[in-house]
Ligand binder design. Structure first.
Ligand SMILES: *Cc1c(COP(=O)(O)O)cnc(C)c1O
Length: 347
């Protein structure tokens, strides 16, 4: 059997979620009549401490809808250069929202207030309108890194001083909250809108929530419709989200511990570079540049029954989630030990 460490999106809905789907009370959500969707929206607004929230099909759609609600074509966003919205959402920010981007090389995927100040500009007929600060917590590409609380506070207050709106891509915001030991609403302080994903560590089959003021959410409801994201009896899916928020959030700490445990062992393999101290949540980036490179190592690991994702030329990525237990992680690390061994004896 393959051990799939490519992404926490490989998590499957639990038996409890499937039972909740069967029981869910539903209605036409476009008419505002699905009670289960409403319950989920209210629950997330409550958790994040916002006035309202909106259920959407995917995280990509949540980010796109947030851009459509906050920005006009030509407006400029400021974000770390690793941001998922810039790298992994098919260019929707430009293609569909018409937004321009200034990408900044922050630290471990998180830009600092001084960096924002350095690229910010006041209104100028030559320039796009500076509009939005984009945050991502945890940062996916940088390796599940958590934005330090002080840095969050500094950059959001700077944004407010500069008159920028702040959007937070919180695909893994619950992971960040667990890692920081803070309630999740603390992590959205100073933020105008945030999205959280149900399909990563929370193991739902689909769905995300966008949260913000009532006015922003009403605008986003129209924008969701605009991009074809209006839904009908979506309560069958929202039901999974309600179960996930009750049963899967605290469990994320186990994913973090397992990721750290793997990182410590992988870091002992010659030439496999990983800093366990930088593994703060459920993602482990390993630099394999000197031992064959990402593509070759990924192929070798697949032959050994382990799937990892690759970021050529240097990085492979491993992600822990519900369904990867200690025994499977152990088996995966043993496969890596064999691959490392092979290479060290190769001619
Ligand atoms: C997964 C993810 C998204 C949303 O991607 P979908 O494929 O639409 O689920 C957005 N941002 C980050 C950081 C993510 O990891």
């Amino acid at each position: 059997m393959l051990i799939d460490l490519r992404s926490d999106t490989q998590s499957h809905p639990t038996a409890e979620m499937r039972r909740a789907m069967a029981r869910a009370k539903v209605g036409d959500d476009t008419f505002g009549e699905d009670p289960t969707v409403r319950m989920l929206e209210e629950k997330v607004a409550g958790l994040l401490g916002t006035e309202a929230a909106l259920f959407l099909l995917s995280g990509t759609m949540a980010n796109l809808v947030a851009l459509l609600s906050h920005c006009r074509p030509g407006d400029e966003l400021f974000g770390d250069h690793t941001a998922h919205v810039l790298r992994s959402e098919a260019g929707g920010y430009a293609a569909l929202a018409g937004v321009t981007a200034t990408a900044i090389a922050g630290e471990h995927g998180h830009l600092r207030a001084d960096q924002l100040r350095a690229v910010f500009h006041s209104p100028d007929v030559h320039r796009p309108r500076a509009r939005l600060l984009w945050l991502e917590n945890t940062n996916n590409r940088a390796g599940g890194t958590v934005m330090p609380m002080a840095q969050h506070d500094e950059v959001t207050s700077t944004a407010s001083e500069l008159g920028l709106i702040v959007h937070l891509d919180g695909a893994r915001l619950f992971n960040a909250a667990i890692a920081l030991g803070k309630p999740v609403d603390r992590l959205v302080r100073g933020v105008d809108s945030a999205y959280v994903d149900l399909t990563k560590g929370l193991a739902c089959p689909m769905g995300s929530l966008l949260a913000g003021t009532t006015e922003f959410i009403e605008e986003s409801r129209r924008r969701r419709r605009l991009v074809g994201g209006g839904m009908r009896q979506a309560g069958v899916v929202a039901a999974c989200g309600l179960v996930a928020l009750d049963q899967q959030v605290d469990r994320l700490s186990e994913d973090h511990a397992l990721a750290r445990w793997m990182a410590e062992r992988i870091g002992e393999l010659p030439g496999w570079l990983v800093h366990p101290d930088e593994v703060e949540t459920n993602i482990v980036n390993v630099d394999v540049a000197t031992v064959g490179g990402a593509e070759e190592i990924a192929i070798r690991l697949r032959q050994e029954g382990v799937l990892v994702s690759q970021r050529p030329p240097d990085l492979i990525r491993l992600v822990t989630y519900l369904g990867i237990d200690r025994a499977m992680a152990d088996q995966a690390v043993r496969a890596m030990e064999r691959v490392a061994q092979d290479r060290s004896v190769a001619p």
